[in-house]
Design a binder for this molecule. Structure first.
Ligand code: HEM
Length: 638
């Protein structure tokens, strides 16, 4: 008996090693046949055992010996989040399109714009790896988690909600929410100089409120701004549901506990012995109840032929299924199944599924962009001054109440405001690697550097946005890096690179992309990167549906903040305000520079991929100071 158990214990690892080695050998043969450069990675980086143990150990090795030859050369692709940590370097070594080969699969990494354009335009040959998005179906199938004819149906029905005319609503709601955030950041008297530690928390709240107000017609208030900020009441007059959380708390609670809700079954969370699990379950249940009410209200409006105000994403989806003009379609709705490509409407659960992904996709990405944007502007005073000069040119002293989408947005998108936004999304694209796969049907031929390559069926693919945005073939450098002394400045945040003269070749290659700018008009003198080389919003038919929504939101916020204020790093831990007031210019400069170095190291070491890139377990505190009252940045050249 003992020897049988022993045999089993020994034979399992032996079997595992032999079968993994054999699979690795087979995948290496595929890599050789492909014609792509490849690197052998002995362990699949998503192996759960590796994630729990080996990755942690390796992380420690890398932290301890960051420059050791072994990490640079052999272990790099086993390092968690290598694509974020090493940027373009691995591509410099292996080429702009290369493969990593593991026992589980081949994985193709791309930082070549022509290859990205080929892959994103052949959607049937290179679909999304839907298994990665399965959990996002928690409230219903939707435009993010589907493929083929089913995705086309979702996209066709959801896209009109993001049309040009609705951007004005995003503009107005951002102003409304931005005012409340500014009050929190600068105090009731607007004097500023308050240290703001958890900037991300506030930008998350802001973007969530904007999508809730502009997208769903449910305006939310910031704490302390009105008496009914946290009021608990149903979203539909006909509902008798007794809520235990306000809509805002349900939404924030759900998104805060999202991974828990997505991974564990609700019954388990409800009955778990841990308070945090029960809180997550409560937030999810309350969110569902609110959305059901909103749905019922919109359905009533649609059937009665009433028109709700605003962008009304949910209303538009419900109207498509229940509105008078869709009566005939609605009949097929009742019978529809997810795979049914003939139908013209979404089922109830699909409507709720789409509403959820808009909230999800629309808040973390924009919030992260604003967070990094604020830090970068505090780190690069020259960029901040250029931004303010353009804001003055466009808005002068005009109060935000008088800003208008139709009058102001074109000027904004041709200015440093858009350049700052574009540059922030270049340096830190919220989605670092955009996943695709080679269809399982058959191998696919792709031209790489003018040569035919054969990509094995079922291989994983990543558009390496982070590396692509640092590829010197596509990006104009404004010179040596003033920060690191590197020969180009592509690691640095230099918005003025977007003001560089557009090359003739670039203009031709981007013809037809005008419609992607916020108003669909020409982007004037801003640099327009060649197609496929700038992919914060992905590329091709499956690119971001909320791109213009996000652009308008970010630009309005930047303009609002920097019309009146400057941002500086907060130095509370290094010196008191009184100490600073006694310092001369040189002392202030060296203090600020030391703080800049600390902030850069936080960005480098604490940026992590949590669906999107975020700074985790650390803060870069900032202060907004009224323009003209800066304590540090006016003393710095760059
Ligand atoms: C700075 C802000 C944003 C960035 C950088 C961003 C980026 C992206 C990227 C890279 C994708 C492709 C993801 C993939 O293929 O896996 C995507 C898809 C999508 N995004 Fe965004 N996004 C932003 C804001 C928004 C907003 C505000 C909304 C909605 C309100 C939104 C809705 C969507 C949807 C629905 C898709 C799926 C489109 C499809 O598959 O057809 N995004 N986004």
């Amino acid at each position: 008996m003992v020897s049988a158990v022993l045999l089993l214990l020994v034979s399992f690892p032996v079997y595992y090693i032999i079968s993994s080695s054999y699979s690795l050998w087979k995948n290496v043969q595929k890599a050789k046949r492909s014609g792509l450069p490849y690197v052998i990675v002995p362990i699949y980086t998503y192996n759960p055992l590796w994630i729990l143990t080996g990755r942690r150990l390796l992380k420690w090795v890398v932290r301890k010996y960051p420059d050791a030859w072994i990490t640079q050369k052999y272990l790099l692709h086993l390092i968690p989040e290598w694509s974020l940590r090493y940027g373009y370097d691995p591509f410099r070594t292996h080429g702009d399109t290369f493969m990593t080969v593991t026992p589980v699969n081949c994985h193709i990494w791309i930082a070549d714009r022509q290859v990205i354009s080929q892959v994103s335009s052949r959607r049937e040959d290179f679909p999304k790896p839907l298994w990665m998005y399965r959990t996002v179906n928690v409230f219903g199938r939707n435009v993010v988690t589907t493929e083929g004819a089913e995705w086309r149906l979702h996209r066709k029905i959801t896209a009109p909600s993001f049309g040009e005319k609705n951007n004005a609503l995003v503009f107005d709601e951002t102003i409304r929410q931005g005012r409340q955030m500014l009050r929190k950041w600068t105090g009731d008297d607007g004097a500023g100089n308050i240290t703001i530690r958890d900037v991300l928390n506030d930008t998350m709240r802001l973007s969530l409120h904007v999508i809730s107000g502009a997208g769903f017609g449910v305006p939310l208030q910031w704490p302390g701004t009105t008496e009914d900020a946290d009021i608990i009441r149903p979203l539909s007059s006909g509902s008798s549901h007794r809520h235990s959380l306000s809509f805002k708390d349900a939404l924030a609670g759900l998104l805060h506990n999202l991974m828990i809700v997505l991974v564990f079954p609700k019954w388990l969370l409800r009955n778990a012995p841990f308070q945090w699990a029960r809180n997550a379950a409560q937030a999810a249940a309350e969110y569902e109840a609110y959305m059901d009410e909103l749905f019922a209200e919109k359905k009533r409006e649609a059937i009665a032929g009433e028109k709700a105000d605003g962008m009304d994403i949910m209303g538009a989806l419900v109207k498509n299924s229940y509105g008078p003009e869709s009566r005939s379609n609605a009949q097929s709705n009742a019978k529809s199944t997810p795979g049914d490509i003939e139908r013209l409407t979404l089922s109830d659960s699909e409507i709720l599924g789409n509403a959820f992904v808009f909230l999800l996709a629309g808040h973390e990405t924009s919030a992260g962009a604003l967070h990094y944007g604020m830090i970068f502007l505090a780190l690069y005073p020259e960029a901040q001054r250029q931004l303010q000069a353009d804001i003055d040119r466009i808005f002068g002293d005009r109060a935000v109440e008088d800003w208008e989408y139709s009058r102001d947005v074109t000027a904004m998108q041709n200015s440093m405001i858009a350049a700052v936004m574009n540059e922030e999304l270049r340096v830190v694209p919220p989605v670092v690697s955009i996943p695709k796969k080679v269809s399982v049907q058959q191998d696919q031929v792709v031209m790489v550097n003018g040569k035919q390559t054969v990509w094995p069926k079922g291989s994983a693919i990543s558009f390496s946005a982070y590396a692509m945005h640092r590829n010197p073939k596509y990006w104009p450098s404004t010179g040596e890096s003033k920060v690191t002394g590197a020969k180009d400045d592509l690691e640095d945040f230099i918005p003025k690179r977007w003001l560089a003269e557009s090359r003739e070749e670039t203009q031709q290659e981007t013809v037809g992309e005008d419609e992607e700018s916020p108003t669909g008009k020409d982007t004037g003198h801003l640099y327009r990167p060649p197609r496929g080389s700038y992919i914060p919003f992905s590329d091709g038919a499956r690119s971001c549906l909320g791109k213009r929504f996000a652009q308008v939101e970010i630009m309005v916020l930047l303009a609002m903040i920097f019309q009146k204020y400057s941002v500086e790093l907060a130095l509370d831990e290094a010196a008191s305000d009184e100490d600073v007031s006694k310092m001369g210019p040189n002392e202030r400069i060296s203090l600020y520079n030391a703080q800049r170095a600390t902030a850069r190291s936080v960005i480098r070491n604490c940026s992590m991929i949590r669906i999107t890139v975020q700074i985790r377990n650390a803060y870069v505190p900032i202060r907004l100071v009224p323009r003209g009252e800066e304590r540090f940045i006016h003393l710095l050249d760059y």
